[in-house]
Design a protein around this ligand. Structure first.
Ligand code: PGA
Length: 253
């Protein structure tokens, strides 16, 4: 099995364009040389994407966005289309983060539309799924995750699916300092892989990159990334600290 690792920083609503330039430079310096078999991505806010791209130019760091709209263009005040991201040279886009589901009314259906739009535009989607604490306590985590994955991948071909990245982010672990245990995280990432196998085939399930996200940090990354079904991380808070982010990147081996 030859999956690579993908470590992505989700900067959320942090960093101005000028600050983003500085942080990208610091991240590159802290990591040093391109780690073998690890893709490193940073996802700044839209207005800082261009500045981050400039700072990352010629380095191993790739830049992604945190959202996109599913329509190509038109009367959608405040929204950003896939073409606009493409024009900037962005290659990744986070879709369906739980904060977008919670605060901006995103649903499994809008996530699916956005995933299809991203693929059409040649962007790699980082598709977020995850259960709330209440859902975990109700014992419906596996059912819910399967459903989120199945709806997100509606109409997606096997060739496209192979290129997707899925981030398992238990909502109760995001920004709370509460990480899922290595076993809990690996179990759900395994369920996601199994679901992709059911939707497509074994080869697609083997190839797809599945990240864990939710309070991943410099101290717990190595053990999480050593789990068989975890191929990377979607990092929030720790992605804003260059040395911590670099430690996480270097933990992926
Ligand atoms: P966190 O956020 O690392 O701060 O928990 C992760 C995420 O929301 O992607």
């Amino acid at each position: 099995m030859s999956r690579k690792y993908v470590i992505a920083g989700n900067w959320k609503m942090n960093k101005t364009p000028s600050e983003a330039k500085v942080l990208v430079k610091e991240v590159i310096e802290a990591i040093g040389a391109k780690p073998e078999n690890v893709d490193v991505i940073v996802c700044p806010p839209f207005v800082a994407v261009d500045a981050a791209m400039g700072a990352a130019e010629g380095s191993f760091v790739k830049v992604g966005a945190q959202n996109l709209h599913f329509e190509a263009k038109g009367a959608y005040t405040g929204e950003i289309a896939a073409d606009m991201l493409n024009d900037l040279g962005v290659s990744y886009v986070i879709i369906g983060h739980s904060e977008r589901r919670q605060y901006f009314a995103e649903t499994d259906e809008t996530v699916n539309k956005k995933v299809l739009t991203a693929f059409e535009a040649g962007l790699t989607p980082i598709i977020c799924v995850g259960e709330t604490l209440e859902q975990r306590e109700q014992g419906i985590t596996a059912d819910l995750i399967r459903m989120q994955v199945k709806i997100a991948f509606g109409g997606v071909t096997a060739d496209q699916a192979k290129k997707a990245i899925i981030a398992y982010e238990p909502v109760w672990a995001i920004g709370t300092g509460k990480t899922a245990t290595n076993e809990q995280a690996d179990e759900v990432c395994g369920i996601i892989r199994e679901t992709i196998g059911e939707l497509y085939d074994g080869a697609t399930a083997e190839e797809i990159i599945i990240q864990y996200g939710g309070s991943m940090n410099a101290g717990n990354a190595e053990a999480l990334l050593a789990m068989p079904n975890i191929d990377g991380g979607l990092i929030g808070g720790a992605a804003l600290k260059p040395n911590d982010f670099a430690t996480i990147v270097k933990s992926a081996k």
